[in-house]
Design a binder for this molecule. Structure first.
Ligand SMILES: [Zn+2]
Ligand SMILES: [Zn+2]
Length: 438
């Protein structure tokens, strides 16, 4: 009798303590398998919109878990749906492309892969943005949620997105009917590994989290001639130099200091020889902002300054600078909606502790995850960060990220095991919260 009571109490205690412990334990038990997958993905990266092996590898794994899988959505994207009773539709997204970077991490499973850029150039390829941690976490989360089907109700739409780095993938999936051919989500969730936070720390930026990204070309045209007779020319190198300097006033003088904005001239090319004044010089700019208004101010200002400086230099009307905003490459700003940001941050702080789940400052990087929310702003959307910098390196650099490899660096080697286990736990509890049984 007494023994039975003890057993009953023990069973009760086990059942009340079970959910949190079981999930962390299950993730830990999964890690060896997941790390094998991660190393395989890392060693076999694929360039944007050329992801063939990755979705082919993941599709059968998702089918095995009971998801309905559609491949080739938006060229190489994958959509896996699990309907599990009434409730909201939650979209979980992982991006899967790698970068034209020659890996220099020295890891035993470092990439030696080669790929071809759209212009046909051969290039080494590396998962230098850590999207391999995203793909692995995506599968790990699917496994947990499939195993815990009795604890949630609703529909899961899990997508593997191609071409994030080129800003093409989200658009391609949307254009291919992501929100019409498959259940339309009420909630959107994604994460990105972070080179600005210690491994295992989660960061959320409510509101604008990542920037509008525009690429702009300026063809500065002059009138070429002999370097010894500048009076017979209109020197495009001097003019382009003045444009570069004048562009600095867009952010410092025209834009409100309370509105984040960046204008960077990343490329300045012109001329071939010491004694020739060329016909033109070419500038390439990256332009960053959060709001549509600031974006407009910067893009209009660039056109005005280029033209104004050309007029001041006496360039003929038919040789005015040609400013091209590459609209096809535009990535809109990513907005974390207030309700879901606060809800998820609070949830993570309760689960992981306030030191492991923090509010982080927004960044001027870009993410085409933005497009899913922009396609229908009635949805709730959050992308969060999971720190990947190994603790020892973080401490040695005293948290000074200028001393650490950034995302896209050939040296970026996140502490993958910590990123994947933390992100899986975070994604799973967020999904369980959004899809909790009423
Ligand atoms: Zn990237
Ligand atoms: Zn990335």
């Amino acid at each position: 009798m007494k023994l039975k009571l003890v057993l009953a109490v023990a069973a009760m205690m086990a059942s009340t303590a079970a959910p949190a412990a079981t999930m962390a334990d299950s993730i830990r038990a999964d890690m060896p398998q997941l790390m094998t997958l991660y190393r395989d993905l890392h060693a076999n990266p694929e360039l944007s919109m050329q992801e063939v092996r990755t979705p082919a590898l993941m599709a059968p794994k998702m089918r095995e878990l009971g998801f309905q899988v559609a491949e080739h959505v938006g060229k190489t994207g994958l959509v896996a749906v699990m309907k599990n009773g009434p409730g909201p539709v939650l979209l979980l997204r992982a991006d899967m492309d790698a970068l034209p970077v020659r890996e220099q991490t020295g890891l035993p499973f470092a990439s030696h892969a080669m790929g071809k850029l759209p212009d046909g150039t051969e290039t080494p390829v590396m998962h230098a943005c850590g999207h391999d941690t995203h793909i692995t976490t995506w599968l790990a989360t699917a496994r947990r949620l499939a195993a815990m089907k009795d604890q949630w109700s609703g529909t899961l739409v899990m997508i593997l997105q191609p071409g994030e780095e080129t800003g093409e993938g989200a658009k391609a999936m949307l254009d291919d009917g992501l929100f019409t051919r498959f259940p339309k989500p009420d909630y959107l969730l994604a994460f990105h590994d972070s080179a600005s936070q210690p491994a295992g720390q989660i960061g959320i930026s409510p509101g604008y989290a990542l920037a509008n990204v525009d690429s702009v070309d300026i063809d500065v045209r002059g009138v070429g001639g002999h370097g010894a007779y500048p009076q017979t020319t209109k020197d495009p190198i001097v003019l382009a130099s003045r444009i570069v300097v004048a562009l600095q006033t867009l952010v410092s003088r025209e834009n409100s200091p309370f509105n984040p904005a960046v204008v960077t001239v990343g490329s300045f090319q012109g001329g071939a020889k010491h004694n020739i004044i060329p016909d033109n010089a070419k500038l390439q700019l990256t332009v960053r902002s959060y709001t549509p208004e600031v974006r407009r101010l910067l893009l209009d200002g660039i056109k005005r300054i280029a033209r104004g400086e050309a007029i001041a230099a006496g360039v003929p009307d038919d040789r005015m600078p040609v400013v091209t905003v590459r609209e096809a490459e535009f990535t809109p700003a990513t907005f974390n909606t207030d309700d879901l940001s606060v809800r998820v941050l609070t949830l993570f702080q309760q689960h992981f502790g306030a030191d492991r789940a923090v509010k982080t400052a927004p960044v001027m990087g870009g993410e085409d995850f933005s497009r899913y929310w922009l396609a229908d702003k009635s949805k709730q959307s959050v992308i969060f960060w999971v720190g990947g910098v190994p603790k020892a390196k973080w401490d040695a650099a005293k948290g000074d990220t200028s001393k650490l490899p950034s995302l896209h660096s050939p040296f970026w080697a996140p502490e993958a095991e910590t990123v994947i286990s933390t992100a899986t736990e975070a994604m799973t509890i967020a999904a369980l919260d959004v899809l909790k049984k009423s």
